[in-house]
Write a protein that binds this ligand. Structure first.
Ligand code: T5A
Ligand code: NA
Length: 215
């Protein structure tokens, strides 16, 4: 066994505008200044061929049936799996802006989309060591800049999504619910502490495979 410790797989989830992208970028910067090798991974990755299809769907320039777009989001993660595994084994901690949980939640709040069906193609991807769920109060949500024109950017969908994320957080291990109403730096300090702790814990633990607890 070589002496190299693997990186930690850290996922940040939450509703739209909860500050995920802001926090993920800051986490990578802070980890680097603490000599932790870290990379940012973002889903959807709109730069790949599959990502282009997703981007067009989100911008409402094209339409796909609910099942097909679900599988696109999922395939967008599968096409990154090998690279993510390689980086983790090289000791790089990955800060991931959305992952399979967004995939399952945003699809299964739609009519006629079954949760188990949505989970199935996500199984076999890498299991995160920690999922940080950012939650906002009603008051703070109303203060954040307006939603844009992308699909899902409406109050009704966002409420369903927030409820389902909370339900999921109670069912899965390694989830940490973080109140993210505070200023950017305050939330950052909270998250950084949790991430540093996890980075020091993973050491030589094998990377596990994603599965879902029965709903
Ligand atoms: N989706 C995604 C699926 O349906 N299936 C999937 O499998 C996946 C992966 C696009 C959509 O795709 C869906 C979910 C989404 O609806 P996206 O590209 O991640 O996903 O969405 P974005 O629009 O890029 O990002 P979000 O809307 O989710 O916003 P973030 O990243 O949570 O928030 P952020 O950091 O961009 O901040 C939003 C605003 O708030 C301010 C920021 O400056 C910014 O203006 N802000 C704060 N203001 C005050 N206090 C703070 N602490 C603040 N932090 C940030
Ligand atoms: Na984002």
């Amino acid at each position: 066994m070589n002496g190299l410790k693997r990186g930690a797989l850290i996922v940040v989830e939450g509703v739209d505008r909860s500050g995920k992208s802001t926090q993920c970028k800051k986490l990578v910067e802070s980890l680097k200044t603490r000599n932790v090798n870290a990379n940012l991974i973002t889903f959807p990755d709109r730069t790949t061929g599959i990502g282009t299809i997703i981007d067009s769907y989100l911008k409402q320039k094209s339409n796909l049936c609910d099942e097909a777009i679900h599988l696109m989001f999922c395939a967008n993660r599968w096409e990154k799996k090998e690279e993510m595994e390689r980086l983790l084994k090289q000791g790089v901690t990955l800060i991931v802006d959305r992952y399979s949980f967004s995939g399952v939640v945003y699809s299964s709040v739609k009519k006629n989309m079954n949760v188990q069906w949505c989970q199935e193609p996500e199984k076999g991807l890498l299991k995160p060591d920690l999922v940080l769920l950012l939650i906002l109060s009603e008051k703070e949500i109303s203060k954040r800049p307006n939603y844009g024109d992308e699909r899902y950017e409406n109050k009704e969908t966002q409420e369903k999504v927030a409820n389902m994320f909370m339900k999921m957080s109670g069912e899965q291990e390694d989830w940490d619910v973080v109140e993210a109403d505070g200023g950017v730096d305050d939330v950052h300090q909270l998250l950084l502490e949790k991430v540093m702790k996890k980075v020091s814990e993973v050491g030589h633990k094998p990377i596990e495979i994603l599965n879902f607890k029965q709903q």
